[in-house]
Write a protein that binds this ligand. Structure first.
Ligand code: 13P
Length: 255
């Protein structure tokens, strides 16, 4: 079995400023954590250029990610940003289909799949975010929701689409609530996702990293990350505090 390097990814959402970028770089500069954990920073788009400069100076190991992007190349799309623009500013990865894009901005699984393909074609690593709502879980529809979100990408991008990509399982009911999924519930969902990928390609399923997101904190990170199919986390609120984010990264060491 492949030893998958754990990933701990910050998602600052619409928060943060240059000072917070500096604080984060100061906290991580020279850290040995990078040998064992892939550390990802995703700031608002307006801070990416600054983050790129600062990481080059202080923490070149940090992976830089965009939170969202257009599914199109260019043109009359006021307010949108393209994959090429994120590449030019130094981004390596991009989150596709974050729950807030799907549920607050009404973005469909089909549109998310187009973004995923666009990212890959531009040379950005897509992180496909999936997850069910509380209602779907209560009605026993959690896995059918995950299936439809993942199938939308497979249908457009083909059976080998998760090679060179990541998945993040973020149950909507756990995001920003302070109530994470239990390690058992999260593991069950991660195993299901890996199983779907294994049905197409065993090798990809073995190597693809599947992150858990939703109220991860220093106190609960280790129990989640020690599950066999959980390869790290996608962190919102706790990633706005560099010390807490570092603690969460440390919880991923040795998993
Ligand atoms: P919280 O860690 O604030 O629950 O956010 C999770 C998330 O949405 C990360 O993408």
């Amino acid at each position: 079995m492949t030893k998958r390097k754990p990933v701990v990814a910050a998602n600052w959402k619409m928060n943060g400023d240059r000072r917070l970028v500096d604080d984060l770089m100061n906290t991580f500069q020279g850290s040995a954590i990078f040998q064992q954990v892939e550390v990802v920073l995703s700031t608002p788009a307006t801070l990416l250029d600054y983050s790129q400069q600062q990481r080059q100076n202080a923490c070149p190991e940090i992976v830089l990610a965009a939170q969202n992007m257009s599914h199109l190349d260019s043109g009359a799309h006021t307010g949108e940003l393209s994959a090429q623009m994120f590449k030019e500013v130094g981004c390596d990865w991009v989150y596709c289909g974050h729950s807030e894009r799907r549920h607050v901005y009404g973005e469909s699984s089909k549109l998310t799949a187009k973004k995923f393909v666009q990212a890959k074609e531009a040379g950005l690593v897509p992180v496909l975010c999936v997850g069910e709502t509380e209602e779907e879980r209560q009605k026993g529809k959690a896995f059918s929701r995950l299936t439809s979100q993942i199938e939308a990408v497979i249908n457009l991008a083909g059976k080998d689409c998760f090679e060179g990509a990541l998945v993040a399982y973020e149950p909507v009911w756990a995001i920003g609530t302070g109530n994470p999924a239990t390690p058992e519930i999260a593991q069950e969902a991660h195993k299901f996702i890996r199983g779907m990928i294994a049905a197409m390609c065993a090798e990809t399923a073995d190597s693809v990293r599947i992150l858990y997101g939703g109220s991860v904190k220093p106190e609960n990170a280790q129990a989640l990350f020690s599950q066999p199919d959980i390869d790290g986390g996608l962190i919102g609120g706790a990633a706005l505090k560099p010390e807490q984010f570092m603690s969460i990264c440390q919880a991923a060491v040795g998993q």
